[in-house]
Design a protein around this ligand. Sequence first.
Ligand code: TXA
Ligand code: MG
Length: 312
Amino acid sequence: MIAAVDALRRGEAVGLPTETVYGLAADARNEAAIARVFELKGRPRSHPLIVHIQGVDVLEDWALEIPDAARRLAARFWPGPLTLVLRRHPSVLDAVTGGQPTVALRVPAHPVAQAVLNRFGCGLVAPSANRFGHVSPTTARHVRDEFGADLPLVIDGGECSVGIESSIVDLSGEGARLLRPGMLSHDELEAALGAPLEIGAAMDSPRVPGNLERHYAPNTPMQMQVIGGTANLSPPADSSHNVGLLACGWLPTGVRGIALPLDPEAYARGLYAALRKLDDAAYDSIEVVSPPDTPAWLAIRDRLRRACTGLM
Ligand code: TXA
Ligand code: MG
């Protein structure tokens, strides 16, 4: 931990556990450190980063005109898997925000992330610690698999307890908008806001990468099964085509693949590790059994849709 903080002070990037996914952390006030993060990830410079901060008490260092709605959400969900988009403080580097007038902020709940932030004493950018477009990491091992010798320092904080990225709520314009669903439900967020939460970005808003392109994706082509039901779960007639199934609840006899639990929290926790495992198994393709179309599964269905080559 001390070595990691020293490395961050030298402007290096460090693999950092958070409760959602592992981040590629670097000093949010250091232009060269941020450039290194973009370079390591292979991420276009125009795609803004989330700044991870120690607590709500340093919010004014990063944001201006903080609305009451932000205070309410922060009081209810920080530290935790929620990112707020607010109007940026003038001191926030363009390299962080992609030159936008807003900044994304989050207080992570993972004890290691909190310890590092408190010892470092300043904000850290931390995009998910994967190459751009690839599956996010939920163990230190995944981060090492992504970057190898390019990232010598990865802190092992165990398996992430949430497993998919934070919910992003934009409070920088009129009303509140959910830019990226996470494991906090729309209803919980709306209840804490005390106001409606629109889904998706406004038409004229800047780009959010996850919203536009294939993302969170394994290398193996992946598609959703068109219709559920057991008929589709039988092994393919053409046995030369080697299919791996990502099942929900149970894996039918004679079918290869992985079954994730029919429980959204447990499914989310296991999702990215399962995608990596299916990728390593070198199937010709991965087929996904569609999880239930209910609000509790919204964020999971969002990630699956973006990981798929076909449409859900
Ligand atoms: O759970 C998480 O949020 C993880 C962990 C490591 O904290 N981080 C993460 O970062 O998912 P990343 O860089 O993979 O995704 C950040 C998302 C992107 O979709 C980006 O476009 C959006 O946040 N974002 C960042 N700044 C923004 C801004 N000013 N306005 C709108 N969206 C923004
Ligand atoms: Mg990411």
